[in-house]
Design a protein around this ligand. Structure first.
Ligand code: G3P
Ligand code: CA
Length: 240
């Protein structure tokens, strides 16, 4: 069955990439969550989509230039009064909050705009320490980083938003377990799913919020749909 993964948590129900968004995803019955990881100046892994905190918090500046203590001075409620005071979570915080849920996690390394040398091993260390090994797939637009993680024995998915030539062959060559095309690419190249499945490669598509997009992806038998609205996607899937 196609799994439903909450993009940045249930990011309509609560501020994206915060503990309330992830616990909301669990409460709504999502199969998993997608989250984004950056690294602070003092080497802490934090969950935030943007490299800078301006859009989602009351602060300004680059995460790589700030310590975790500095980040904790800011409110990450994305301007939502009902979530005022929400802090940026560490990767530890998120995995700990979801520990008893049985959800899986798609951990995206945000290392294609900013370079975070050594981040791959640090993320794996956190996941293993918290007992999440086997419940995660890593992803990134930085495919060299994913090749490195695949060589470390980790399950990785390749994010992309341009049509690739022979994507299954590409994934196999990199040692990836999955392709993570955008919905736009999937609509252009729907045959990708059948070909990938023949070779044992999963296909997880992002970010599908409209019911007709969800229905189209279900018809293609994708392995996971990454969505901001997991409740709506679950409704479409479970009615089918
Ligand atoms: O993992 C899919 C999706 O999250 C990739 O794009 O920009 O939302 O991180 P973005
Ligand atoms: Ca992401």
């Amino acid at each position: 069955m196609t799994r439903i993964w909450a993009h940045r948590g249930a990011s309509r129900a609560a501020p994206e990439n915060t503990v309330p968004a992830f616990t909301a995803a669990a409460a709504l019955g999502a199969d998993g969550v997608e989250l984004d990881v950056q690294r602070t100046r003092d080497g802490r892994l934090v969950v935030c989509h943007d490299e800078q905190i301006d859009r989602t918090s009351t602060g300004h500046g680059w995460i790589r230039d700030m310590s975790l203590a500095e980040l904790h001075r800011h409110d990450f409620s994305c301007g939502r009064a009902d979530f005022a005071g929400t802090r940026i979570p560490t990767l530890d915080d998120v995995l700990t909050a979801l520990a008893g849920t049985g959800l899986s996690a798609n951990i995206e390394l945000k290392n294609s705009v900013v370079s975070y040398p050594g981040m791959e091993a640090e993320v794996v260390e956190t996941v293993e320490r918290l007992g999440w090994g086997g419940r995660v797939i890593y992803s990134s637009f930085n495919h060299a980083s994913m090749r490195l993680m695949a060589r470390m024995g980790e399950r990785v998915g390749l994010l992309y938003d341009e049509v690739l030539r022979r994507p299954t062959r590409y994934a196999l060559d990199l040692g990836a377990a999955a392709l993570h095309p955008s919905g736009r690419v999937m609509a252009i190249a729907p045959h990708t799913v059948r070909k990938a499945h023949r070779k044992g490669i999963e296909v997880n598509v992002w970010t599908l919020d409209r019911p007709e997009q969800v229905r189209a992806a279900l018809a293609l038998d994708v392995d996971a749909i990454i969505t901001n609205t997991p409740d709506a996607a679950l409704g479409v899937r479970d009615a089918a």
